[in-house]
Design a protein around this ligand. Structure first.
Ligand SMILES: Cc1ncc(C[n+]2csc(CCOP(=O)(O)OP(=O)(O)O)c2C)c(N)n1
Ligand SMILES: [Mg+2]
Length: 706
């Protein structure tokens, strides 16, 4: 098949819509490839299983575990670990691919999580584990969001329904979870670097491991991937990179790398196992090998068909049909057995969401999903009663941009997650999706700011970590007014430690020139976005968490003022023994959305006869020193609370009181700083995460009683 057709679909018209004509369509969401009889049988089974699931749903019966019973006739029931794959026939492997796909769909339908990416690598997963000797050979999944099929066949089948649940499997690869996860991930584009490190380690210790890194086309566009290839291309170490090219990131991919891949693919047909074998030079005697190599290189130069990967020193094999086990298996065997010294790149074409109609047809290929109905693909409705912080931010930015044509918005491959898809719909020419390139996003914004524009970099707290030097060197030192809109600031629930936005207060708070703000509710978030639009004196970061925003915690018609917090609640003055001694009992100073918990705690403290003042700091930098001075001198206890790591807001308050204020030592209150624990918190239900972190009203109460 000539792959040219692949390139001409408009971004939102899915590839699968074209392919549907030659795939045997069954009136069931799980698509059946036109292959073995045995698989047709499987579909029937699948349908009746799902009917049963519906019945169970209707009748309120609990769903069955997704792990097939041990003694059933499925191939999957015979596979616990990759070693079991080696005993299977080719037909069994084909059948297993369908079963694995189904097990993945069923698991994610119950847990939510990443779906489309995993479905796209089912055959790759099986082929790699069949051909290579994992876990001794190292298999690294970039990002790790596509690893659910890998988890199912690497000893975690029975626990796959616990994905992302409390105490259950992580939604990404994790070293602590399995020997088959030799390198953990969550953030993108790390696999080639880590793989090269492992390959060099293997050479140093002389143990001849294979190292295989699987990286998506989206992740391949990031700076880290280029840095790693640049380095790998000069090494003589064996490193196998499998580029999983599904023409999708979370959103349609952007940038020149994506165009390059398209061009690379459009002029070629799929490479078959024989050609791939021929390409690998080890099959030739040395003199012939050199001659052939020279001829091939010269042909490539003349025909202009050399890929960027070849230019960077990789041995390029492809494109390969990433769903065709009959091609994948021999090609991987050839690669495994070749003596090629240096990095090899296998360019596999796959389809995100492959084999599941609702995913294939979804604009985002069901990249990340809530729980869903397997038959219809319909996801459970969110039970949110209020708009998310993300959407409050996006709407307000649009409002500001209506009157200010200097406002621009930048995202690093997360238009939906950051709400900038809405901004882009209104102001396409002022929205910039730069791809998975956080470092570039920040310096690009600095360039815009240097020319008098008002760039808003909408970014998750966890991903801004990658652009730390750019924040300091390109933005802060030059005091450029880049506005960082820091989404998912705080705990993130099921995504776990790799995605938690724990550190931004600490890592930004220590940078000179930086202004730091946190919104406590929707009303304040809107005011703060407007404040940011009007603030031109230097860089500014506004943080807000995942999830829905409460409309207005406290009545407040005043605009936000630089470095000024607000008193949100103060106990009515009553003649308590404390007051007689000239002080009230407790001041709680909140930075961000924990304010709500502070108010709950205040109520309960009052019921116990304490007098309480609750304040919203609004700014961590500059601190509202007047407010802090007054809270510290007028209360016996001062509690600070924030959804961020140690070394953040609480530390700044402590330092101010102890180092910079002129409060008498004897007059300093008892100070407790409540922040995230000094551990990486695992994925969990958000409510439980707050419990674990000690950031609830009950914890505030406990601290007051100490
Ligand atoms: C540094 C970083 N930025 C952003 C993300 C969010 N993210 C997760 S997956 C993904 C898309 C990856 O696309 P690709 O590598 O092509 O994998 P696919 O989902 O298509 O299989 C993005 C942007 C991330 N994980 N890490
Ligand atoms: Mg992709």
């Amino acid at each position: 098949m000539n792959l040219k057709t692949r390139t001409f679909y408009p971004p939102h018209q899915s590839l699968c819509q074209q392919k549907i004509t030659f795939a045997s369509f069954v009136p069931f969401a799980l698509k059946l490839p036109p292959m073995a009889q045995a698989q047709k049988k499987r579909t029937v089974i699948a349908r009746s299983d799902s009917d049963e699931a519906i019945q169970r749903e209707k009748t309120g019966l609990p769903r069955r575990s997704v792990a097939p019973p041990r003694n059933d006739a499925s191939v999957l029931s015979r596979v616990e670990r990759p070693a079991d794959l080696k005993t299977l026939s080719d037909t069994d492997l084909h059948t297993l691919a369908q079963e694995l796909r189904r097990a993945t769909i069923e698991a994610v339908s119950q847990t939510g999580g990443h779906l489309g990416a995993g479905l796209g690598v089912v055959e790759l997963t099986l082929a790699i584990h069949t051909v290579f000797n994992t876990p001794e050979d190292r298999l690294i999944w970039d990002v790790g969001h596509q690893c659910y099929p890998h988890k199912i066949i690497t000893g975690r089948k029975d626990r796959i329904h616990t994905l992302r649940q409390s105490g259950g499997l992580s939604g990404f690869t994790k070293r602590a979870e399995s020997a088959y996860d030799p390198f953990g991930a969550g953030h993108s584009s790390t696999s080639i670097s880590a793989g090269l490190g492992m390959s060099v380690a293997s050479d140093l210790s002389g143990d001849n491991k294979n190292v295989i890194a699987v990286i998506g086309d989206g992740a391949m566009s990031a700076g880290m991937a280029f840095e790693a290839m640049n380095n790998a291309g000069t090494h003589k170490n064996r490193l196998i990179v499998i580029l999983n090219d599904n023409e999708m990131s979370i959103a349609p991919p952007v940038g020149a790398m994506s165009h390059h891949l398209t061009k690379l693919v459009s002029s070629k047909t799929y490479i078959g196992a024989r050609e791939a074998g021929k390409k690998l030079m080890n099959v030739m005697p040395a003199p012939l090998r050199h001659a052939a190599k020279r001829a091939e290189e010269s042909a490539r130069t003349h025909l202009g068909s050399g890929s960027l990967f070849e230019e960077m020193g990789f041995y390029y094999i492809g494109p390969v049909d990433g769903h065709d086990l009959d091609q994948l298996l021999p090609i991987l065997r050839n690669v495994r057995d070749s003596h090629h010294n240096g990095p090899i790149l296998i360019h596999a074409l796959t389809q995100k969401g492959k084999g599941y109609h609702p995913a294939e047809n979804a604009v985002d290929k069901m990249h990340g999903v809530k729980k869903f109905n397997v038959i219809t693909g319909e996801q459970v409705k969110s039970d949110a009663r209020a708009p998310s912080h993300t959407s409050v931010f996006a709407k307000q930015l649009i409002k500001c941009a209506e009157n200010d044509d200097k406002i621009t918005a930048i995202t690093a491959a997360m238009p939906d997650g950051t709400g900038l898809d809405k901004f882009a719909a209104r102001f396409p020419e002022r929205t910039f999706d730069v791809g998975i390139a956080e470092q570039h996003a920040v310096t690009f914004a600095a360039g815009l700011a240097a020319e008098g524009y008002k760039p808003f970099v909408a970014i998750y707290s966890t991903f801004l970590q990658r652009a730390y030097d750019q924040v300091i060197h390109d933005v802060a030192i030059q005091n450029l007014p880049v506005r960082f809109m820091i989404d998912r600031a705080g705990l993130v629930g099921a995504d776990g430690a790799t995605h938690a936005g724990s550190f931004d207060i600490a890592y930004l708070g220590c940078i000179p020139n930086m202004t730091l703000m946190a919104a406590s509710d929707a009303a304040d978030l809107k005011k703060m976005v407007t404040f940011a639009a009007n603030y031109d004196d230097g860089p500014l970061a506004l943080r807000y968490p995942r999830g829905e925003a409460l409309e207005a915690i406290a009545e407040d018609d005043n605009p936000v003022e630089l470095g000024k917090g607000r008193i949100v609640y103060a106990s009515p003055v009553i003649a308590t023994p404390d007051l007689i001694r000239g002080k009230q009992s407790i001041a709680i100073l909140s930075y961000g959305t924990r304010l709500q918990e502070c108010l709950k705690a205040a109520k309960q403290l009052e019921e116990k006869g304490q007098t309480v003042t609750v304040a919203d700091a609004r700014f961590a930098k500059p601190l509202d020193t007047d407010l802090i001075q007054s809270l510290a001198t007028n209360h016996h206890t001062l509690i600070t609370i924030e959804e961020g790591s140690r070394g953040g807001f609480g530390s700044m308050v402590l330092e101010y009181i102890h180092n910079d204020s002129n409060i008498q030592h004897s007059n300093i209150p008892i100070i407790q700083t409540l922040h995230l624990p000094d551990t990486f918190q695992d994925h969990n239900d958000p409510t439980k995460q707050y419990e674990e972190a000690g950031l609830t009203a009950q914890h505030i109460l406990r601290h007051c009683e100490e």
